[in-house]
Design a protein around this ligand. Sequence first.
Ligand code: C5P
Length: 233
Amino acid sequence: MITVAIDGPAGVGKSSVSKELARRYGLAYLDTGAMYRACAWWCLHEGIDLDAAEPDEQAIITAVGEFFTGDHFDISVDPNHPCVTSDGEDISEAIRSAEVSAHVSVVSGIMPVRRILIAAQRAFIAREASGDSQSRGAGVVAEGRDITTVVAPEAEVRVLLTAREEVREARRAGQASDAGAHVGADDVARRDAMDAKVTNFTTAADGVVTIDNSDMTLEQTIDAVSKLVEDAL
Ligand code: C5P
């Protein structure tokens, strides 16, 4: 059983790297960003005004609590079919919309919301560790902003992926045009700035390996993290 924790800012390539690692080593894949996105999607779906100058935090906390305890949320941790559903509806694409991206930091910045998600993420990781899971049993690759520090500081492999801002913006813009949405550089920078108020994903904590992949291909980045996994196996 191994836990691989990967943190980093928007557009650094965390998802592509994490999914491929999980496939390569037969591990589960947990996209914690997808969980925060699903919460923002749910709040919008419930009619909560996330554009308000002072969003109703209590309403957001209640909605997110209901989302999880009321069993409205499910996530597949199979790296070949990562999928988020709400009441059986596949919302994997909807949670990547420009609207959700623009509002997710409002939701993820609320500490009681984070506590609910952190507990759920730890439960997912523990479930994979116990082998009592829908998929694999050998462990998990979890990616996000606070996995190496808060969610799974005990992970055998902890990596902070970084890249220069202009490189990340270009990658993110490429993803957005693939998805048919437009995401400007300002959007990524604004989201990173908001996220940085509650999570530290720019400097590595003790024992966390930093990989700056600005001048690396995806393959090279995957190989660099694979080496760390091999050493830990
Ligand atoms: O990884 P992704 O860009 O999809 O994450 C979406 C958002 O979820 C981030 O901008 C951040 O607000 C939030 N997030 C977080 N903590 C994590 C993962 C994501 O706050 N561990």
